[in-house]
Design a binder for this molecule. Structure first.
Ligand code: UD1
Ligand code: CA
Length: 461
């Protein structure tokens, strides 16, 4: 890149057509908010410190979301159109030479490669600006590009203001431009709100440049999906679908088997190793990392979790904020929530819930259990129906179970509690006191058999 590039991302609008209390750019597709996708793409042409996001509606939330990325902000307190939004950056950017790329916060599929090419084209051209366009079969709603004889852009006409002949033009205004900074800041102030909506249309700058003797070039992009601007929730769903298709393709090409790929949801940041298999309707979300040779069963949800290699998540299982080591098998119908660590080759079966629990290597909880705020040693077996009573109505308490222990079925472990290595808990016990290593603990009344009792009762009737 020969000259300095500043990026401005317009994101102040509410997005009335979304019919939402939430600002449009905060809606999510492909596992991220729309504005995060755009900021990410902008990173291809300028460092975050050279990107300015114009905020207005719910500016606090947009600022809070993006502040960690290092971008700058400009306020547009009243939303009077795209031209007006760009003016909000004039004071801070007008003295900076080079190029200004304008992006819209509601256009999240734009690729870094297209942006890089836009900057390259504008750097090599004589034009005052280059605008990205594409051909759409149904250009309804978009501004249309009116070309001159030399292939230069004469004007951009908004859909609402277009004549029938202009409505037939298939080339649309993507809203993405690269400007010569000096000419942009000089002429931007000439935009007037001379339309029925009384808005300052940035697209009017094309004709302003023309009157001042400058040309505007167009760059056509073949893959028009990249330029989809989201205005409604229908479009949001369509864009989300494209993100998911892209992600499953990328993973399949990298050696992941995805069964019925059209049914799965895998967020953009997820990583999955070779020869792993993802079953139908699985959802793999957030910052999840999955190793090689894993299996994610049908309809399972894995979010913000790390799975080492060779882990099996059986169908209909939910794993959140957890770390699973090699060879562990979890589910079907298991629920791991919040801060669990499951050891090598451990086994968690159906209807077992884990919260803030560390399960040692080779440990097992095969059926129907709740293990909360607990530590369970290597090779310990937790019987069906075991419950850690970690909550006394006021605070949470810990249960610590050693290695090679055997907790009989239907045990009730009242925390705080320590159970030593190698100990046994008799089935059906309520355990309220610490159990030393290698002991047998029985916490239930003895069985009493009354000989002949039932027979006598029947005779009485
Ligand atoms: C705009 C273009 C249209 C183009 C289309 C592409 C204009 C006048 N029209 O129309 O030619 O085909 O995008 O998607 O430029 N924004 C602000 N402040 C405002 C108004 C808008 O920050 O006062 C932001 C919005 O948050 C949004 C972006 O600018 O991210 C585009 O605004 P939007 O209202 O969606 O423009 P369109 O009507 O789609
Ligand atoms: Ca739009």
């Amino acid at each position: 890149m020969t000259s300095q590039t500043n990026v401005v991302i317009l994101a102040a609008g509410l997005g009335t057509r979304m019919k939402s209390k939430r600002a449009k750019v905060l809606h999510r597709a492909g596992g991220m908010t729309l504005i995060e996708h755009v900021v990410h793409a902008a990173g291809a042409i300028a460092p975050a410190g050279n990107a300015t996001v114009v905020v207005g509606h719910q500016s606090d939330r947009v600022r809070a979301l993006l502040a960690p990325s290092g971008v700058r902000f400009a306020d547009q307190t009243e939303q009077k159109g795209t031209g007006h939004a760009l003016l909000a950056c004039r004071a801070s950017l007008a003295s900076e030479p080079g190029l200004v790329v304008v992006l819209y916060g509601d256009c999240p599929l734009l690729s870094p490669a297209t942006l890089t090419e836009l900057v390259r084209r504008q750097s090599a051209a004589d034009a005052a600006a280059t605008v990205i366009t594409t051909r759409l079969n149904d250009p309804t709603g978009y501004g249309r590009i009116v070309f001159g004889e030399q292939g230069d852009v004469r004007a951009i006409v908004e859909h609402k203001a277009a004549t029938p002949a202009q409505l037939a033009i298939p080339f649309i205004n993507s809203g993405i431009y690269c400007f010569r900074a000096d000419l942009l800041w000089k002429h931007l102030v000439e935009i007037r709100p001379g339309n029925p909506a009384h808005e300052y249309y940035l697209s009017d700058i094309v004709e302003i440049f023309g009157r001042a003797g400058y040309t505007v070039a167009a760059m056509e992009v073949e893959n028009s999906a990249e330029l989809l601007g989201i205005n409604t929730r229908v479009e949001l769903a369509a864009v989300d679908k494209i993100f998911r298709e892209r992600k499953v393709q990328e993973l399949m090409l990298a050696g992941v088997t995805i069964e019925k790929p059209e049914t799965v949801t895998i967020d953009s940041c997820v990583r999955i190793g070779e020869d792993s298999i993802v079953g139908p309707f699985a959802q793999i979300l957030g910052r999840t990392e999955i190793g090689e040779d894993c299996r994610i069963g049908a309809c399972s949800i894995v979010e913000n979790s790390t799975l080492a290699s060779g882990v099996e998540i059986a169908p209909l299982t939910s794993v959140l904020d957890s770390h699973i080591e090699t060879g562990a098998v979890i589910g079907p119908f298991a629920r791991l929530r919040l801060g669990n660590r499951v050891g090598k080759n451990a086994r968690i079966g159906n209807f077992v819930e884990l919260k803030n629990t560390r399960l040692g290597a080779g440990a097992k909880a095969n059926h129907l259990a709740y293990l909360g705020d607990s530590g369970i040693g290597d090779h310990t077996n937790i019987g069906a129906g075991t419950i850690t009573c970690n909550y006394d109505g006021v605070s949470k308490h810990k249960t610590q179970i050693g290695k090679d222990a055997f907790v009989g079925s239907n045990s009730t472990l009242v925390a705080p509690l320590e159970i030593g290595d190698g100990s046994y808990i008799g089935a059906g016990s309520v355990i309220t006191h610490h159990v030393p290593s290698d002991a047998l603990a029985l916490g239930r009344s003895r069985q009493v058999n009354k000989e002949g009792w039932a027979a006598k009762r029947k005779k009485k009737k």
